[in-house]
Design a protein around this ligand. Structure first.
Ligand SMILES: Cc1ncc(COP(=O)(O)O)c(C=O)c1O
Length: 315
């Protein structure tokens, strides 16, 4: 059996995390939100944190060998992040991605040297997760990060993202609002914030067209990266005060507003999170301190409705 390895952390990976928290003032609404700028992570999304912590955890536990292949099912951002960490540390990465994910995500993974295998989007993340388990059962070289159930995912957000937010807000957070893909961000940040202030409220943004926490059936929405037709195991243990439903069109409109009025070149789930957070702050009052997340950069959405020209409604 090949020897396990532990590769030192290359400099690019020290750029992950410690992202700024930017105040966003909405004059017409008389509200200020606080947004964690996760799009500034080196590969462009919050998922860099997950990729680094699961790979270093696997190294420490002796689960990675020289011939290991990191295999994960993802809506794309995790794939880009794993491919980046894999490139920097010298591991092979194979990504199972829904055919509904934007083509830019595929190009970015391949540019980092990762391999992409597409599966049909119709059955949600469950299809890709099942496929990854079947592949790993047949070939021992595959290492599965299992982002949807790996407690390290939520734990890392609790110990880093959540604590960074608390320190940047001087401990004063009334509410935290985020969408869920794996649920790692919501579960981990929620835990850290409520440990410091048990009265803080935690809200789960979900697409109105796929509001599974609200008891509705998943359907087609355009907020990539969240609500993949699956309530992830990690989220089941999370404290959530209430879901906040956001339509795809509202998310797209707010994302364009962030792009054009705030100069923040972020993607659609950031617009969805800000829409939900603004609604929560609307209810909590002008002095409320509501924190949300700007998850990724806009450049991975060129081929999507976000960049559709002469089409303000995003149709
Ligand atoms: C664009 C985007 N926003 C939000 C999320 C949700 O993050 P989490 O997986 O921590 O729930 C993801 C996850 O894939 C994402 O890609």
């Amino acid at each position: 059996m090949p020897a396990t390895i532990h590769r030192p952390r290359p400099p690019v990976l020290s750029l992950i995390g410690n992202t700024p928290l930017v105040p966003l003032h909405f004059a017409a609404e008389n509200r200020t939100l606080y947004a964690k700028a996760e799009f500034l992570n080196p590969s462009g999304s919050i998922k860099d944190r997950l990729a680094l912590c699961v790979i270093e955890d696997a190294e420490q536990r002796g689960l990675l060998q020289a011939d290991s292949v990191i295999l994960e099912c993802t809506s794309g951002n995790t794939g880009i992040s794993l491919a980046m960490v894999g490139a920097a540390k010298g591991y092979k990465v194979k990504i199972l991605m829904s055919d509904s994910a934007s083509v830019e995500r595929r190009y970015l993974i391949e540019q980092f040297g990762g391999e992409v295998q597409l599966f049909k989007a119709t059955q949600g993340y469950g299809t890709g997760i099942q496929l990854s388990l079947e592949m790993a059962a047949k070939d021992a070289r595959y290492f599965l990060p299992r982002q949807f159930e790996n407690q390290i995912n939520a734990q890392d957000h609790e110990e880093h993202t959540g604590r960074e937010i608390l320190s940047q807000m001087h401990g004063l957070v009334d509410a935290f609002v985020a969408g869920y893909g794996t649920g790692g961000t919501l579960t981990g940040c929620g835990r850290a914030i409520r440990a410091a202030n048990p009265a803080a409220k935690i809200y789960a943004m979900e697409p109105a067209e796929a509001a599974m926490l609200s008891g509705e059936m998943p359907c087609c929405h355009f907020i990539e990266g969240v609500a993949g037709g699956y309530v992830p195991p990690l989220l089941r243990s999370a404290h959530i005060d209430a879901p906040v439903k956001v339509t795809s069109n509202d998310a797209l409109a707010m994302t364009r507003r962030l792009n054009r009025e705030f100069g923040l070149l972020v993607g659609t789930s950031s617009g969805a999170n800000v829409t939900a957070a603004l609604r929560v702050a609307g209810d909590l009052g002008p002095e409320s301190r509501v924190v949300t997340v700007l998850c990724d950069r806009a450049e991975r959405y060129y081929s999507t409705r976000l960049f559709a020209r002469n089409n303000p409604a995003g149709e």
